[in-house]
Design a protein around this ligand. Structure first.
Ligand code: SF4
Length: 353
């Protein structure tokens, strides 16, 4: 009698825990900082995440990559027919949210115009960058040096006429950021450090923060000092990945996309005000949820006010439990006159019976 052998597919550990190719990256370090429980789920337990925002981000980035390659490789830059081919690609036209598709097409058209103007400066597209990071870790009671690869993938790198390098940071969704936030963003600082290592360059590096959906952008400048700090931060982050065995959950603004949301005790604790509520798709339920979130936002505003008072008293900054709170002061400047992409908004109103 034949014995049925049941094969179970083992999930593969990823990133720094990958047995055959241990490496770290910006996304691993950022996720670990955001929520260690979610990080463990993805990198140690090997689960993958899916979601409309992630899918849409990948589709838009791929469209930008095609536009970049066409603009660089064709004699006269990207033309209307080339653009039409990109916008009618199956991945874009079959995406489930039509409004997102419409907004995406407008943004990609604007980007195609822009890329044509300066396509001669492009030196690399979809550039893989890897740096070796030595980290001191304890093994069998002794301190040893372990070398970990830290990898990135940079969509576009330019060399300007004045010799400076420039990279592009494409955003497909999310709130637009201030210059200060873009300068502090870990991913941009990572690219700054890696481009220097890769090209052996020590001058200023420009980052173009580009919102694909809005077709708007602005530039910020990084220098070598930022890169040195970032390399230290990366080394500390990787050391934490290799040595820290605590994986407590931390509630954050991406919990809504987390696979563990239904069973996560921290999520339940934070959302306890909704306990016992059965969710139904009704106008009343939506208006109740909006009222609840209004109260939540008001409480957040109150905490912000009290924290501001603390910073005034104890400042100029408060650093505790891995968080830093401070005021950033900028000179008045025009970031851009941002427009919003076309959209439809659902409104709920109470009507008499
Ligand atoms: S639901 Fe939120 S807090 Fe819980 S594991 Fe996921 S990201 Fe972390």
């Amino acid at each position: 009698m034949k014995t049925a052998i049941r094969r179970t597919r083992r999930r593969r550990r990823r990133g720094v825990f990958d047995r055959w190719d241990p490496h770290s990256s910006y996304s691993q370090l950022a996720l670990r900082f955001r929520c260690k429980r979610n990080y463990k789920d993805q990198y140690i337990d090997g689960h993958t995440v899916k979601g409309d925002h992630l899918e849409w981000g990948t589709i838009l980035h791929n469209a930008v990559r095609r536009i970049n390659a066409m603009a660089r490789d064709s004699k006269d830059g990207i033309g209307p027919e080339d653009l039409e081919r990109v916008l009618s690609s199956r991945s874009l036209t079959t995406f489930k949210h039509f409004n997102w598709y419409k907004g995406g097409c407008d943004g990609l058209e604007k980007y195609a115009e822009l890329v044509n103007q300066e396509r001669g400066t492009i030196v690399a597209l979809e550039m893989p960058v890897e740096i070796q990071v030595p980290v001191q870790v304890r093994r069998r009671g002794k301190m040893v040096t372990k070398v970990i690869k830290f990898r990135s993938f940079i969509d576009r790198v330019d060399r300007l006429r004045d010799g400076r390098y420039r990279f592009w940071e494409y955003k497909s969704y999310g709130a637009l950021r201030s210059r200060e936030e873009v300068l502090q963003d870990f991913q941009n600082n990572t690219y700054n450090a890696q481009i220097r290592r890769h090209f052996g360059y020590h001058g200023k590096i420009i980052c173009v923060y580009y919102s694909i959906l809005l077709g708007k952008w602005f530039e910020v400048e990084f220098d070598v000092k930022d890169a040195i700090q970032t390399e230290r931060y990366i080394a500390d982050g990787i050391k934490g990945q290799l040595t820290d065995k605590t994986f407590e959950p931390t509630f954050n603004d991406r919990c809504g996309d987390c696979r563990l949301m239904q069973t996560c005790p921290e999520f339940k604790k934070q959302m306890s005000w909704m306990d016992g509520t059965v969710l139904t798709a009704s106008p009343q339920m939506l208006s109740e949820m909006k009222a609840a979130s209004k109260i939540y936002n008001e409480r957040a505003a109150k905490i912000q006010m009290l924290l501001a008072t603390r910073i005034d008293r104890e400042g100029p900054e408060i650093i505790e439990n891995g968080w830093r709170a401070f005021f950033s002061h900028q000179k008045g400047h025009k970031v851009a006159a941002f427009e919003t992409a076309p959209s439809s908004t659902m409104r709920i109103q109470r009507v008499s019976r």
